[in-house]
Design a protein around this ligand. Structure first.
Ligand code: URP
Ligand code: ZN
Ligand code: ZN
Length: 459
C-alpha cells in the first residue's frame, strides 16, 4: 500500500521544508520534491503542515482512582487522541500492594488490547518495591516497559518513602530504566487537608489551597537530589508550579540530567478557575493543582529554553455527574484529574506557536520528538524521516475550532476549555500508515493499536 502526501510543508524538530512524503505500508519511505509514483492514495497537503503524530507520554485510560474510574477507556480515549493529532500514548499501569509488576502490566495490556485505535506503551506505577519487584524492573525494561512512576504524594495509597525511592533510582542506574516522579510533599498536604476539613473548608478551591506550590517545589528538589545521589537521570511529571521549575532549572544549570514535563492545563487555566460558582471548581481538581496565572509566563520560558522538555496531558477524565460529585461535600473526595488528550496539539499550537512563545519546530519537539527520545521511541516515532513509522498529521494552521464537550470525542460530560476558540487543528491523521482521521471522521479501526516496546534510556 502506497500513500503519497503531496504539496505540504514538512515540520520536524529541526527543519521546515517543502516536500512530498511517500509512505509504504507502515513506514515513511521517501521525502522529496514532486515525488512521481503511482500511489494507492494521495493526500493533498497544499497550504498545510505535515508534522509527526503527537506523542502523549502521560495518560490514564480506564484507571481506577478514589472510588471511581477514569471515564475514557482505551477505545474512546485513543480515538479522541487521534482526533486531536496524537498517534501514540504512554499510559500508566498500576502495581497495587502485594501484586507483581508483571501482573499489573498484564492487567493494563488487557485493557488496551483489542480496544486501542492508536499505539500505546506503558509506564509502571510502583507502590510496593519488594526485592522481587526490584528484580522485575530489570525484566520490564528489557520487555519495553522502560519507565516507572513513583509518588511522593497520596500517603497510604501511592506514596513511597525516600529510602524506597532511592532504591528504585539506584536500580535504574543498573537497568537503563527511567524514574518518573509525581513530586508533591504528601505528608504536608495531608496535614493541610485535615486542618482545612476540620475548619469546614470543603469547597473545590481548597484542593488547591491545601497543595501549595512550595509542596511541589520541595518534593521536586528532593526528587532531583535523590537522583543526583543515585547518579541517574530523573523525569518530573506534570510540573505545574514555577517554584518547582526553579528547582529543575537550578539542577540543569549544574549539569544534572533532570527533565520535566508540563501540561496544557498549567499553561492555559489557573487558580481562578477554582473560584467559578457552585461546584464548578471541581472540573479542575487535579494534582498538582492549577496555579497563579501570573506565573504561567515562567513555564512558557521554561518550554522555550528547554528547562521543560515535554508537553503531555495527564489526561484523566472524570464526569461531573456521579464522579466529581463524589466530593460535593468534601473536596478531598473529588477524583483527581481532567480531560485533555484531544485538545493538547491545538491548544499548544494556538497559545504557543501563534502567540509566538515557541517556534513550530519547538512545538514538534515538545509534543513528539522529545517525548520519543526521552522514552525510547525515537527515531521510529517522533519525526518525519525515511525509516520512521508513518505516524503523520496533516495540520491546518488556519482552521479555527471551538473546544466544547459536545463536539469533542472524549467520554466526559464537560470540557475545561468550554467555548474557547483555537486556531490550528489536524486535518488528516495517519497511524502507522493507516488513515485514522479524515474529513472530521474516525476512519481507523478499534483494536488496531499495537503495544510499543520501548528501548532503554540512551546512555
Ligand atoms: O490529578 C491527577 N493528576 N490525576 C492523575 C493521577 C496523577 O497523579 O497523575
Ligand atoms: Zn501524578
Ligand atoms: Zn497522571
Amino acid at each position: 500500500m502506497k500513500t503519497l502526501i503531496q504539496n505540504g510543508t514538512v515540520v520536524t524538530a529541526s527543519d521546515t521544508f517543502a516536500a512530498d512524503v511517500l509512505i509504504e505500508d507502515e513506514m515513511i519511505a521517501l521525502l522529496g520534491t514532486k515525488i512521481d509514483v503511482k500511489a494507492d492514495k494521495t493526500i493533498d497537503a497544499r497550504g498545510k503542515f505535515v508534522i509527526p503524530g503527537g506523542i502523549d507520554v502521560h495518560t490514564h485510560l480506564d484507571m481506577p482512582f478514589g472510588g471511581s474510574k477514569s471515564a475514557d477507556d482505551f477505545e474512546t480515549g485513543t480515538i479522541a487522541a487521534a482526533f486531536g493529532g496524537t498517534t501514540s500514548v504512554v499510559d500508566f499501569a498500576i502495581q497495587y500492594k502485594g501484586q507483581s509488576l508483571h501482573h499489573a502490566w498484564e492487567a493494563w495490556m488487557g485493557k488496551a488490547e483489542g480496544k486501542a485505535a492508536i499505539d500505546y506503551g506503558f509506564h509502571m506505577i510502583i507502590t510496593d518495591l519488594t526485592e522481587k519487584a526490584e528484580a522485575e524492573m530489570d525484566a520490564l525494561v528489557k520487555e519495553g516497559v522502560t519507565s516507572f512512576k513513583l509518588f511522593m504524594a497520596y500517603p497510604g495509597v501511592f506514596m513511597l518513602d525516600d529510602a524506597t525511592i532511592f532504591r528504585a533510582l539506584l536500580r535504574t542506574g543498573e537497568n537503563g530504566g527511567t524514574i518518573c516522579m509525581h513530586a508533591e510533599n504528601g505528608g504536608v498536604i495531608d496535614v493541610l487537608v485535615k486542618r482545612a476539613l476540620a475548619r469546614g473548608e470543603t469547597a473545590p478551591k481548597y484542593h488547591a489551597l491545601t497543595r501549595p506550590p512550595r509542596a511541589e517545589a520541595e518534593a521536586t528538589h528532593r526528587a532531583i537530589a535523590l537522583a543526583e545521589m543515585a547518579d541517574v537521570p530523573i523525569y518530573i511529571v506534570h510540573l505545574s508550579a514555577a517554584e518547582a521549575l526553579e528547582m529543575v532549572t537550578e539542577a540543569r544549570d549544574r549539569g544534572l540530567p533532570a527533565y520535566a514535563e508540563t501540561c496544557p492545563q498549567y499553561l492555559f487555566l489557573s487558580y481562578d478557575n477554582y473560584e467559578e460558582p457552585g461546584f464548578a471548581g471541581a472540573k479542575y481538581v487535579m494534582s498538582p493543582p492549577l496555579r497563579d496565572k501570573a506565573k504561567q509566563a515562567q513555564l512558557w520560558r521554561g518550554l522555550a529554553g528547554n528547562d521543560l522538555q515535554v508537553i503531555s496531558t495527564d489526561h484523566c477524565p472524570f464526569c461531573m455527574k456521579e464522579q466529581k460529585e463524589l466530593g460535593k461535600n468534601d473536596f478531598s473526595k473529588i477524583p483527581n484529574g481532567a480531560p485533555g488528550i484531544e485538545t493538547r496539539m491545538s491548544l499548544v499550537w494556538d497559545g504557543g506557536v501563534r502567540e509566538k512563545r515557541i517556534s513550530m519546530n519547538r512545538f514538534v519537539e515538545l509534543t513528539a520528538t522529545a517525548p520519543a527520545k526521552i522514552f525510547g521511541m525515537w527515531p521510529k516515532r517522533g519525526t518525519i524521516a525515511p525509516g520512521s513509522f508513518a505516524d503523520v498529521v496533516v495540520f491546518d494552521a488556519n482552521r479555527e475550532i471551538t473546544l466544547a464537550a459536545k463536539t469533542l470525542h472524549m467520554n466526559v460530560d464537560y470540557n475545561p476549555y468550554e467555548g474557547r476558540k483555537v486556531r490550528g487543528a489536524p486535518d488528516v491523521v495517519l497511524s502507522r500508515g493507516r488513515v485514522v482521521i479524515e474529513n472530521g471522521k474516525f476512519v481507523g479501526k478499534v483494536g488496531a493499536g499495537q503495544f510499543i516496546k520501548r528501548a532503554e534510556r540512551m546512555k
